[in-house]
Design a protein around this ligand. Structure first.
Ligand code: CAO
Length: 449
């Protein structure tokens, strides 16, 4: 009797009715343990439902657009041992279509879940006993109050039109969004109206823009079309929203890091196993600055009327990966020393580049740092990572002649670019924050205070 296992949606907290946006396998495919079977997408994050067992996909229980919740069965997997021991079934598997080739991008190939459950049974278990390990979408990646209440068909309709459902007000019972709500939202935007938007953008914030230019580039020369990576598509949509909805101002400041660099080099010589880059000091300076200026460690609530101040210090770090930009978060930076932060920075950068970050790794940030210092440049204007209210861009340090009151002295100067949400932070406060930040780096003894 073949051991058939139900692959179910694992524990995803209280989230309900998450649509299936991608089928990663077909009936007859051979899958490995932990291989993704289907992709689910909330308004802000995607995750894969992994197979608990290696084996053959005997049945797919969902189709594109279906809404699933914890415990929903997505597929029936015949465990590998059973598949081998069931010769009658084997030819079917051999004839069946090949597994989906490795066209999946890193963030798709790894199941977005917590540590694999140690308790997971190593041997195939009866279908009714099969439970997948818990997964997390990440607290603010999919906070329950942010998941719009709408049917899968309305979600698909909205997605086709590029409408962010979190901005649409539902008119049906309990605030459910119906197709007409999406249509009138689009109408409002087209007419330059629009509804009050999330994050406090005022009513009337709908952008009335010219259509995107349609150009047949091949008329002008040879071209090649490359699809954007999945990370680029997701981060692009977020960046565009943040850029359009947040009134950004960027404050520039130079920090004298001559002494800091001398200390960092010494630290590096003493701790060969952990690479300590300037970024680690910046994380410590960020904690000190966020503590001193609490409005930077805050987010606007959805109505845009209250500031939610955070008493924790989780810092997001922009990491450049082959597939695009991701921002993993280092938690509780106030409770960690330079070497521990350096070790964690190394770990998350590697995890990011290997495409192994889960949504939980990228949620909960208070403030982000985007460092291009290892590459070059003198300044740039980073885009705020909503719902945060500020981000620090870091450029390459260089030796400069600095007047010390008597003469010009060679000092190593680090350019800082602080973008802030002008709805929350005034220019004077930003200038003070940036000055304080630079001061922490110039005299790192202050970081001990
Ligand atoms: N000035 C001068 N040198 C710097 C520097 C700075 N501000 N910051 C780092 N460096 C040096 C480091 O010390 C290191 O030198 P050594 O190898 O000689 O020790 C070298 O540059 C490379 O550093 P790194 O980039 O490997 O490490 P990091 O800790 O500075 O940064 C990470 C880590 C993950 C943030 C970085 O690799 C990265 O991905 N940066 C890109 C972020 C990005 O794309 N931002 C743009 C977002 S907006 O589109």
């Amino acid at each position: 009797m073949p051991a058939l296992n139900e692959a179910r949606v694992p524990d995803i907290g209280d989230y309900q009715d998450i649509p299936v946006i991608e089928l990663l396998v077909q009936v007859g495919d051979t899958v490995k343990k932990d291989q993704g079977l289907v992709t689910l997408e909330s308004d802000k994050a995607t995750m894969e439902v992994p197979s608990e067992h290696a084996g053959v996909v005997r049945e797919l229980k969902v189709k594109l657009g279906d809404a699933v919740s914890e415990g929903s069965v997505v597929a029936i997997i015949e465990a590998a041992d059973a598949a081998a021991a069931s010769p009658a079934e084997a030819p079917k598997a051999a004839e069946a279509p090949k597994p989906v080739p490795a066209k999946l991008e890193p963030e798709q190939t790894q199941p977005a879940r917590a540590e694999p459950a140690k308790a997971a049974a190593p041997a195939p278990v009866a279908a009714t006993d099969t439970r997948s390990p818990p997964v997390s979408f990440g607290a603010d990646a999919v906070a329950p109050d942010k998941v719009p209440y709408a049917s899968p068909s309305v979600r698909l309709f909205a997605r086709e039109l590029g409408v962010d459902l979190s901005q649409v007000k539902g008119s049906a019972r309990s605030g459910r969004i119906v197709k007409e709500d999406v249509q009138s939202f689009v109408k409002g935007v087209m007419q330059g109206g629009g509804r009050p938007a999330v994050g406090g953008a005022p009513a009337g914030s709908g952008l009335s823009l010219l259509p995107w230019p349609k150009v047949d580039f091949s008329k002008f020369g040879a071209i090649e079309t490359q699809p954007l990576s999945r990370i680029k598509k997701i981060s692009g949509a977020n960046l565009a929203r943040n850029w359009a909805m947040i009134p950004h101002v960027t404050q520039f400041e130079d920090a004298d890091i001559t002494e800091m660099e001398a200390f960092r080099k010494k630290l590096g010589e003493e701790n060969k196993e952990t690479k300590v880059t300037p970024l680690v000091f910046l994380i410590k300076a960020a904690v000190a600055s966020l503590r001193k200026f609490p409005s930077f460690n805050a987010s606007l609530d959805e109505a845009g009327e209250n500031l939610v101040l955070k008493r924790y210090f989780h810092v997001g770090i922009a990491v450049d990966t082959p597939n695009g930009l991701v921002v993993p978060v280092i938690r509780d930076c106030d409770q960690k020393g330079l070497l521990q932060l350096a070790a964690e920075l190394g770990e998350i950068s590697k995890k990011a580049r290997d495409g192994k970050l889960g949504p939980a790794d990228m949620s909960g940030g208070c403030f982000s740092i985007s460092s291009l210092g290892g590459i070059g440049g003198t300044s740039f204007t980073p885009i705020i990572n909503a719902p945060e209210v500020a981000i620090l861009g870091v450029s390459k340090s260089s030796m400069k002649p600095v007047w010390n009151g008597k003469e010009f002295a060679p000092r190593l100067m680090l350019p800082l670019s602080l973008s802030y949400d002008h709805r929350v932070i005034d220019g004077a406060e930003a200038a003070r924050f940036a000055g304080f930040f630079a001061q922490q780096l110039s005299d790192i003894r202050r970081l001990l205070l």
